[in-house]
Design a protein around this ligand. Sequence first.
Ligand SMILES: Nc1ncnc2c1ncn2[C@@H]1O[C@H](COP(=O)(O)OP(=O)(O)OP(=O)(O)O)[C@@H](O)[C@H]1O
Ligand SMILES: [Mg+2]
Length: 245
Amino acid sequence: MRMNGATVSIDSVSRRFTSGEARVTAVDDVSLVIEAGSVVALSGPSGSGKSTLLHLIGAIDRADAGTITVDDVDVTTLSRKQSAAYRSRIGFVFQRYHLIPTLSVLDNVLAPVLPHKVDFDAPARAAELLAAVGLEDRGRALPSQLSGGQQQRVAIARALLSRPRLLLADEPTGNLDSKTGKEILDLLAALQAQHPMTIVIATHEQHVAERCDRLVRMRDGQVVADLTVTPGSPGLLADAAELRS
Ligand SMILES: Nc1ncnc2c1ncn2[C@@H]1O[C@H](COP(=O)(O)OP(=O)(O)OP(=O)(O)O)[C@@H](O)[C@H]1O
Ligand SMILES: [Mg+2]
């Protein structure tokens, strides 16, 4: 097994939705190769197709055309059962945390494995992850007793339980103040240093995009810019300013 994360190859992928009379091409003929171990920001205005593309990569939704392969798995042709197995091996952080309100923090981290009888030491791993996200003493709390940033940390710990080689994060800092958002990014960087993985982050925020290796900008379902981010490069700020417009 390769140690540096999954390679994601997206080839001519489209996803169309019909709502009432309206037809929307949420993802419109997108092709991208995301290198193993890279951290990629998906940016673009609201409705540009970022979440839809993440859902397609994560096999939460299915493309109407094109193929997506994650390492050697073609995620666009999986059966329902195969999709579930694939999803259990990747990490997905949702925009609104999606924690289960009636379960403790620790059980939320364990939620992906609770329905299955697994033989690895999931509770110890969950406790370790809670410590890694700085919440070792909150395992018995309910999600409603935590702040937004803390809930997002729980969601990240949950996403990492299966030691995924691919982490998909949809606006992981979108509901947080900028200081907490920065802490979440520091946390992701630290976790990636411990356990190499490919990370794709959908984000509106320029400061998030600037922390990534690569910035893919979407508009109307299409990729309209694709930049390699060089830390501290004078060109980046100009590029980022242009991307904001
Ligand atoms: N399940 C759905 N049914 C109908 N239309 C949908 C569905 N999901 C997404 N869309 C449409 O597809 C387009 C892309 O939506 P998407 O959620 O991917 O955008 P986004 O870039 O993630 O936006 P935001 O930044 O607001 O999260 C939008 O026009 C949206 O209305
Ligand atoms: Mg979205």
